[in-house]
Design a protein around this ligand. Structure first.
Ligand SMILES: *[C@@H]1O[C@H](CO)[C@@H](O)[C@H](O)[C@H]1NC(C)=O
Ligand SMILES: *[C@@H]1O[C@H](CO)[C@@H](O)[C@H](O)[C@H]1NC(C)=O
Ligand SMILES: *[C@@H]1O[C@H](CO)[C@@H](O)[C@H](O)[C@H]1NC(C)=O
Ligand SMILES: *[C@@H]1O[C@H](CO)[C@@H](O)[C@H](O)[C@H]1NC(C)=O
Ligand SMILES: *[C@@H]1O[C@H](CO)[C@@H](O)[C@H](O)[C@H]1NC(C)=O
Ligand SMILES: *[C@@H]1O[C@H](CO)[C@@H](O)[C@H](O)[C@H]1NC(C)=O
Ligand SMILES: *[C@@H]1O[C@H](CO)[C@@H](O)[C@H](O)[C@H]1NC(C)=O
Ligand SMILES: *[C@@H]1O[C@H](CO)[C@@H](O)[C@H](O)[C@H]1NC(C)=O
Ligand SMILES: *[C@@H]1O[C@H](CO)[C@@H](O)[C@H](O)[C@H]1NC(C)=O
Length: 895
């Protein structure tokens, strides 16, 4: 490396706006172009004089902001699209929404020219977002210098949102937005989008080139080096054989070469951050006719290490050398082009592009959710500042919304609060498309019409507030059922003509008296018919479980009175089925899913929904009592990690329970791999399952008042959905117990061998710690893939097996060999430690479920960190160079 000849920085782009005299080489069509002149009066358009590009007004892409122009003295050297601008004095985030073809590669450019348009002579600074992600901070150096930012991006949705965000340092504005489609074979990244760092035309030009010279309308900046010599030739687009990158012929017609023939051509840049990732594209062509007795051949090095070569560019043929993996981890990237041994001519280079990877990892919001909420916005004519991605960046989430924002998965809207928003008309159907909605608040508006049925179809809805409107008709019975079961907090008061029952459509005035009731959830009182009878058997009534938060009644009393005066006015419809229904549902008990502690479980359908039907074995008296217990519990316990009860049947000797169907069966089956075709569980899967189960148990112990002991925690009682979401099942043995005594002496020792707390077995004293012991066994099974009691003739308990391995310091042989070493060792160690702590003989030494949940979270974090760094390491050996296959480039591209 002889000389450091040039420092290339993004700031060279600041010069861009002044260079506008462009040679028009030949007509190019503008298909794939979207050219928007921001601030241009609505409906107007023009063809820019120097480029011939057709610009249109931005009015149809945005409804906020105001149009301004820069004074004439600033316009002289600028292309016309920079004369107008749109500024956004109100609202934090204002967004353009532009229709695109999802999955297509676009070059997106945003241009800004201040030009003292507001006569304040103060350069603003603000943020530029692309959808849910931060793109750039827009900063100016000089009022008369325009700037632009470019990104090569594949939009995942059928629109892109370009947002101007006020960060408190001046009023955001924008001058022009341009989108150009690119070939998908070019600028390929392993991940992320490419932000232009620099794009330069080497050689003796002093002009900036763009369309029509460049069919993709990239901006090519001239760059002049001291100590470099320029080579050039006349090169018409037709005589240059192109590759897919298609650098313009006019750019390729000039090249730079070292003045000192035996010297090297060096250039470098310094990243802001050592972890920044870059892709480089170098374009070469031979611009001289080389005599037979001469050779031009050179190698390229990066930071002194051989990178590519030898390269002998072909005459009038474009060769592009690019990094196929990102360059990262350096404080400086120094490229040197130096002569190879037998070369008689110095190296040359025609053009260079460098891009920085923008990790746009924040997913946009789910398209259906976006469409629905956008329709709701327009239906109600909402004037709130609802712009850009509804959910992200989180700091700019739409007011009144809440979302689940995970990063890699599309964000989903989970809560919508439009209370006191002056809404009129009916509740719009679009709400039904927000399928992940958990909470909907439309209270204190002037909504009319009936409460639509679709509100009953939103599977996750737990809070529905329709109070203080003019709704009419009756409340859909399914909503009432859910509310009664405690799975929905429903408010409908102060709807003067809304009928409280399904049968009072004619004279709806009886609801007057319920004005004062906020939430109508008659948990106990509303359960009618046979169930009420069953409930009388119970002693302790749990009121705190589920969603509704109410005060517990005096301990030991059965609360049989309607808890609110209105409760009795609701029509009572239980999810009760006859035995004949069960026969139909299960196709005459055709398919057995499994055998539980006190009955057989069958597969069935209610309408098109799959269910699991548990039929209690008729003879078992104990089973009967457990059934009662289970119904009671399931009616009031609702949690994402506990199986839900859909309905039941209670006809003399035929007692059945209908549960949600869990597609992936139970954890025992999955771990044992007994059934062919079962899913393989990675360490991450296992930790997530452990976490789900632990959270379900924690809820029983800490979320319920009084707490509930499961009493039969085991792998066959952990059921899995299609997506391996785990839920605890079988509350048949669970039993509420009062908190004050701390312990409870029960009469029957119940549980499953292998999982049973030895202390409980001896003392008959039941505490939450018994569940924790069982959970420890489950956790060891998850780690080892072994059953609780080995199936060998010795019948060793899993804790002894693991204990003896640990004594030998043999962690490797503890772990399920099926995992094949694919796990973070510290994560496994920690999981083993948790399990062993749960299995402590003295139950005082066992952790509680909240501790266990926290520790498993740490295990999961460690494993996720391993996976991330694993990915990064794969990306590290990134200096693999690829030259375009020249054989495909030799045919001149017809234009
Ligand atoms: C633009 O055109 C549309 C339809 O042609 C018309 O309704 C609208 O009023 C026009 N706007 C302006 C500002 O001329
Ligand atoms: C801004 O740029 C113009 C022309 O490029 C120059 O004349 C002027 O001095 C610059 N102003 C500042 C404050 O740098
Ligand atoms: C480019 O697009 C074509 C069709 O549109 C597709 O067949 C091809 O797989 C894509 N190539 C890449 C690298 O994405
Ligand atoms: C560009 O260079 C040419 C000669 O190479 C010169 O005549 C012209 O004035 C230069 N233009 C600018 C804007 O510097
Ligand atoms: C030209 O480069 C060679 C090789 O690096 C060096 O030895 C020589 O001194 C340089 N000549 C001049 C005039 O700089
Ligand atoms: C190649 O030949 C030309 C004349 O034919 C001569 O001037 C030049 O020095 C030769 N170059 C080499 C490397 O021999
Ligand atoms: C250029 O690279 C080739 C291929 O690796 C190598 O054989 C040659 O020695 C290199 N030339 C120089 C001058 O380093
Ligand atoms: C340089 O070496 C290459 C291959 O190694 C050969 O094709 C070429 O003819 C050589 N050039 C000269 C001038 O010796
Ligand atoms: C409902 O009650 C209000 C006042 O209490 C009365 O004006 C109205 O006529 C009643 N409507 C019906 C349908 O009975």
């Amino acid at each position: 490396m002889q000389k450091m000849m040039g420092i290339l920085q993004t700031s060279v782009y600041a010069l861009l706006g002044v260079l506008t005299i462009v040679l028009l080489v030949q007509a190019q069509d503008q298909s794939g172009f979207i050219s928007i002149d921001c601030g241009l009066p609505a409906n107007s358009s023009y063809s820019e004089e120097t480029t011939g590009i057709n610009y249109i007004s931005d009015a149809k892409y945005i409804s906020t902001g105001e149009s301004k122009t820069v004074p004439t003295e600033f316009r002289a050297t600028k292309q016309q699209q920079l004369w107008y601008l749109r500024r956004f004095p109100s609202g934090t985030r204002n967004c353009y929404k532009i229709k695109v073809t999802s999955g297509t590669k676009y070059l997106i450019r945003a241009s800004f020219f201040y030009g003292n348009y507001d006569d304040q002579n103060e350069l603003p600074e603000f943020a530029l977002h692309l959808g849910a992600n931060v793109w750039e901070t827009v900063k100016f150096t000089n009022a008369s210098i325009s700037i632009n930012y470019e990104i090569i991006h594949i939009p995942p949705l059928d629109n892109v949102q370009i947002c101007l965000v006020n960060t408190g340092s001046g009023i955001p504005f924008i001058s022009a937005i341009e989108l150009r489609t690119l070939k998908n074979t070019t600028y390929i990244t392993q991940s992320g989008s490419l932000s232009r760092f620099l794009r330069v035309d080497m050689g003796n030009s002093n002009l900036t080139y763009r369309f029509k010279n460049d069919i993709y309308d990239r901006f090519w900046l001239p760059i002049l080096f001291n100590g470099w010599m320029d080579l050039s030739m006349t090169l018409s687009p037709n005589s240059l054989s192109q590759n897919d990158y298609q650098p313009p012929a006019i750019v390729m017609s000039t090249a730079a070469t070292p003045v000192n023939i035996s010297g090297s051509f060096d250039f470098y840049w310094d990243p802001d951050n050592v972890n920044d990732q870059f892709y480089i594209y170098m374009h070469f062509t031979e611009v001289q006719v080389i005599p037979d007795n001469e050779t031009r051949a050179f190698n390229i090095s990066l930071n002194g290490d051989y990178w590519y070569g030898p390269l002998s560019p072909l005459y009038q043929v474009t060769t592009t050398i690019f990094s196929s993996k990102p360059l990262t981890g350096s404080t400086r990237y120094l490229f040197s082009l130096y002569q190879s041994w037998n070369s008689t001519l110095p190296p040359t280079i025609n053009a260079v592009e460098v891009y920085q990877v923008k990790d746009f990892s924040q997913s946009d919001t789910d398209q259906d959710d976006v469409d629905a909420i956008t329709n709701i916005k327009s239906t109600y004519g909402l004037t709130r500042n609802w712009q850009g991605d509804p959910c992200a960046p989180v700091a700019y989430m739409w007011q009144g919304l809440n979302c689940s924002v995970s990063g890699t998965d599309p964000s989903r809207i989970i809560s919508l609060n439009l209370s006191s928003s002056g809404l009129t008309g009916e509740i719009p159907l679009d709400i039904s498309k927000l399928t992940m909605l958990q909470s909907l608040d439309l209270s204190n508006n002037s909504l009319s019409g009936s409460i639509p049925d679709f509100l009953t179809k939103l599977p996750s809805m737990t809070v529905l507030n329709l109070a203080k409107n003019n709704l009419s008709g009756s409340i859909p019975s399914e909503l009432l059922d859910k509310s009664r079961a405690g799975s929905l907090s429903l408010s409908v008061e102060q709807n003067p003509i809304l009928c409280g029952t399904t049968s009072c459509n004619q004279n709806g005035n009886q609801t007057e008296k319920k004005k004062k009731n906020n939430i109508v959830i008659p948990i106990v009182a509303a359960i009618g018919g046979a169930l009420v009878l069953l409930l009388i058997i119970g002693v302790v009534v749990c009121i705190f479980c589920g969603i509704g938060k109410r005060k517990p009644p005096a301990a030991g009393k059965v609360d049989m009175e309607p808890s609110t005066p209105t409760a009795s006015s609701f029509e009572i419809k239980n999810q009760q089925y006859s035995y004949t229904d069960l026969v139909k549902m299960t196709n005459n008990f055709d398919r057995v899913l499994g055998k539980g502690g006190f009955g057989t479980v069958y597969h069935g359908f209610i309408d098109d929904i799959q269910v699991a039907v548990k039929i209690l074995s008729a003879s078992s008296v104990q089973g009967y009592q457990q059934f009662v217990a289970e119904v009671k519990l399931l009616m009031r316990v609702h949690h994402r990690n506990l199986t839900s009860l859909i309905g039941y049947c209670n006809e003399e000797n035929n007692i059945g329970l209908i549960y949600e169907y869990m597609a992936n069966g139970n954890l025992d089956e999955l771990l044992s791999g007994r059934n062919s075709g079962t899913k393989f569980l990675t360490w991450e899967d296992r930790l997530r399952i452990a976490m789900d189960s632990a959270q379900g148990l924690e809820y029983l112990h800490n979320g319920c008042k009084p707490p509930i002991i499961h009493r039969d925690v085991k792998t066959t009682n952990i059921l899995l959905t299609e997506t391996l979401h785990a839920k605890l099942a079988d509350f048949g043995l669970s039993k509420s117990f009062p908190t004050d005594g701390g312990t409870h002496v029960s009469t029957v020792v119940a549980g499953t061998p292998g999982y049973l707390d030895p202390e409980y077995y001896i003392s008959n004293r039941l505490t939450e710690k018994s569940d924790i012991y069982s959970f420890g066994v489950v956790l060891l099974e998850i780690i080892t893939g072994q059953p609780a009691i080995t199936r060998t003739h010795e019948k060793t308990h899993i804790s002894q097996f693991v204990g003896s391995m640990l004594d030998k310091g043999d962690i490797k042989n503890v772990v399920d060999p099926k995992l094949n070493g694919e796990f973070d060792t510290s994560s496994v160690w920690k999981a083993v430690e948790i399990a062993m702590a749960c299995l402590s003989h003295a139950n005082a030494k066992r952790p509680n479920m909240s501790d266990v949940v926290a520790e498993i979270k740490d295990c999961l974090a460690a494993e996720l960190a391993r996976k991330r760094s694993h990915l990064e390491n794969e990306n590290k050996d990134s200096i693999e160079l690829v030259s375009l296959n020249l054989t495909t480039e030799l045919n001149p591209v017809a234009r």
